[in-house]
Design a protein around this ligand. Structure first.
Ligand code: ZN
Length: 325
């Protein structure tokens, strides 16, 4: 086929396509296909045993946060090999567990604390058919603005009927003014934000602290994983022989930290302990073969972990869309 014949065939194909009744009719109503304000899918349903779980996107964040403990050139090489753009793109994920008559959020998004590109959790929740007033419990993996910022807006509770659960160590650390005085300057604003997010719940008697390791609500147990913050906590959901472990901030930069778990991030309050906790979490996920939910692993952040050479590898759970509506 020469060039002219090719263009004639292409033109004919276009004419035929444009004359298909359904397509022609759909044209004027179809949403615009370009534009920077278009939003992506914000929720993803999956099941653990017979329990429905919903991954919720609060949006994505462009980040240059510094990784620590690296050898010269190591992080750059890892990111280049993985085609990671600069600045890196980080998902901010939360999860909803539908457990009997309870509607349980794991983490609550950023709210207004990290800018307008985020704060999409309420919209993602609404798109999946849930109102903030339906949420009965909120389990915080830890108190950082990207996990607890969405709890309150201008001093009011966003989830008016929810009890916020957090480990006793985490609550004590962030709500004690003496710790803010002792903190590094770049960590001090985190204490202010923590207080703003949690105080409305404390004032309403809706802030509950647990000892790490306890069952928090029936069917969900907590497990300490300290380092990133002093009371950083995993939540473990079991049903019919399947297990999902909510990992919180065990991984911030998957492309670097799975192959090299010794890489800490500048937000870690205790980087050495955070590295130990990450290694333990990876080892356990490989040994037990359970699913993991990562707050900053690319949405929906659900997958398994495998050994790969000296390090580890992330295996995202396969996308499933076989629902019958
Ligand atoms: Zn985080």
């Amino acid at each position: 086929m020469n060039r002219r014949q090719f263009f004639m065939q292409a033109a004919l194909a276009t004419t035929v396509l444009c004359n298909i009744p359904g397509l022609a009719a759909a044209g004027p109503q179809a949403p615009p296909r370009t534009g920077t304000k278009r939003k992506q899918a914000g929720y993803y349903w999956f099941t653990i045993g017979d329990i429905d779980v919903l991954a919720l996107s609060d949006g994505t964040l462009r980040s240059n946060a510094k990784l620590l403990n690296d050898k010269p050139g190591q992080v750059d090489a890892l990111l280049r090999q993985a085609y990671v753009p600069d600045p890196r793109i980080t998902s901010v994920n939360a999860y909803l567990i539908v457990l009997g008559d309870r509607r349980i959020l794991v983490d609550a998004g950023t709210g207004a604390l990290l800018g307008p590109a985020l704060d999409k959790l309420p919209e993602s929740l609404a798109a999946a058919g849930f109102m903030p007033g339906e949420i009965t419990d909120i389990l915080l993996t830890h108190i950082h603005a990207d996990h607890s910022g969405g709890l309150s807006m201008q001093g009011r509770r966003v989830f008016p009927n929810a009890t916020v659960h957090v480990s006793r160590a985490e609550k004590a650390f962030w709500l004690d003014p003496a710790n803010m005085d002792k903190a590094r300057d770049n960590h001090k604003p985190m204490f202010v934000k923590a207080r703003e997010s949690l105080e409305p719940y404390a004032a309403a008697g809706r802030l509950a602290a647990f000892e790490a390791g306890q069952t928090v609500v029936a069917g969900i147990t907590s497990r300490p994983s300290t380092g990133h913050t002093p009371g950083h906590t995993f939540y473990v959901l079991d049903s019919q022989g399947q297990r999902l472990v909510f990992w919180g901030d065990t991984v911030h930069v998957a492309e670097a930290q799975f192959p090299c778990p010794e890489l800490a991030i500048e937000y870690d309050i205790d980087p050495e302990a955070a590295v130990r906790a990450r290694r333990q979490a990876f080892e356990e996920a490989v040994r037990e073969g359970h699913l993991v939910a990562g707050a900053h692993i690319a949405f929906p952040g659900i997958g398994h972990v495998a050994k790969a050479g000296q390090g580890y590898q992330w295996l995202p759970a396969p996308y499933v869309n076989d629902a019958i509506c």
